[in-house]
Write a protein that binds this ligand. Structure first.
Ligand SMILES: NC(=O)c1ccc[n+]([C@@H]2O[C@H](COP(=O)([O-])OP(=O)(O)OC[C@H]3O[C@@H](n4cnc5c(N)ncnc54)[C@H](O)[C@@H]3O)[C@@H](O)[C@H]2O)c1
Length: 68
């Protein structure tokens, strides 16, 4: 399963990532780090991709959908 989590470096996002990564889910996080923190997410994990940008940026979001 593939999962795209917006705001994934925030409170709820980090909880979802920590719950689902061990289950083998491939996760892509979009976050602009407005209030969230990159360090809150595990580093160097194969199944976790961090994409910095805003969900208000259509071209950015479209590119994530295309690649992920
Ligand atoms: N057990 C609990 O009680 C519990 C658990 C989780 C969260 N909460 C609370 O619930 C509330 C909501 O949590 P949350 O995780 O939704 O909020 P949050 O603020 O923790 O996370 C929002 C995330 O979205 C990102 N973001 C904001 N604008 C963005 C944009 N335009 N594009 C991309 N990313 C963007 C922020 O940088 C942040 O990482 C918080 O007050 C939190 O404290 C409580």
């Amino acid at each position: 399963m593939k999962l795209l989590i917006t705001g994934g470096a925030g409170s709820l996002g980090v909880s979802i990532v920590e719950r689902l990564l061990p289950q083998g889910v491939e996760i892509c996080v979009i976050d602009n780090y407005a209030t969230g923190h990159r360090g809150a997410l595990p580093a160097g994990v194969t199944n976790l991709s961090l994409q910095e940008g805003s969900i208000a940026d259509k071209d950015f979001v479209d590119s994530i959908f295309s690649s992920f």
